[in-house]
Design a protein around this ligand. Structure first.
Ligand SMILES: [Zn+2]
Length: 238
């Protein structure tokens, strides 16, 4: 990867007509959302998230599942400069956001062309009757008032496949864009990281991260705090 400075990154964003952002946990840490997949954090010492967030746990130990899933919710978290500036860019350029995050913050920032690749905690439904239920209601009880069924969030659990439509939309968004911006992700989770293989050969790839990532193609790399980089983008100049 070719290391560049912030000015060059801003120029790449300015020059692009279509942009697809691929975002990960790093875009939400500034909003106070911990990365639940990093085992070192708040879950150290309890059962592995791979089990607690599995379909087996949801079916066989619903209380354990529910009490763990509740810890993932941060309903008062607000979108930060990254979410907000991306939503602003989307008003000017044809922009898609494909996020690994389940925290709903891109949606809160009013990003329209959005794919939540691993689902959304704030999109809940009853497993028994299929009815949509608000996250507020789910956080009060995981029993659906109307039918007594188990409520769950529409997130991709371990042992579950990804949503076909999310994959199709993501591939289309990556395949047609001229700039791909990878932000706040180590880009190691499959199949999310495989999306890059659908990019046009002529597409430019820009990585804004604290650490480099592995890509099998040329890319620009800006080692910087993404919050600062996005704060400094002047929307009027795009
Ligand atoms: Zn129900």
């Amino acid at each position: 990867m070719q290391t560049i400075d912030e000015t060059k990154a801003h120029i790449l964003i300015k020059q692009a007509e279509q942009i697809t952002f691929l975002t990960g946990a790093g875009v939400s840490t500034a909003s106070g959302i911990p990365d639940y997949r990093s085992l070192s954090g708040i879950y150290h010492g309890i059962e592995r998230p791979e089990y607690l967030l599995s379909q087996t746990c949801m079916r066989e130990e619903p209380e354990k599942f529910y009490s763990f899933v509740q810890t993932l919710y941060h309903p008062d978290a607000k979108p930060n400069s990254i979410h907000l500036k991306i939503a602003n860019i989307a008003k000017i350029k044809n922009t898609w956001v494909i996020s690994q995050n389940i925290d709903g913050l891109h949606a809160k920032a009013k990003t329209q062309q959005l794919v939540n690749f691993h689902g959304d905690l704030y999109d809940c439904y009853c497993r028994k009757c299929g009815q949509a239920v608000s996250a507020e209601a789910y956080l009060v009880s995981d029993h659906h008032e109307q039918c007594g069924g188990q409520i769950r969030p529409n997130i991709v659990l371990y042992e579950e496949g990804l949503d076909e439509q999310a994959i199709t939309m993501s591939i289309e968004a990556v395949a047609k864009t001229d700039l791909i911006v990878i932000v706040g992700t180590s880009f190691q989770v499959h199949p999310f990281c495989d999306l890059i293989h659908y990019a046009k050969a002529t597409a430019t790839v820009l990585v804004i991260n604290q650490t480099p990532i592995h890509l099998n193609r040329e890319a620009y790399f800006l080692k910087e705090d993404a919050v600062k980089v996005f704060e400094n983008i002047v929307t009027e100049e795009l």
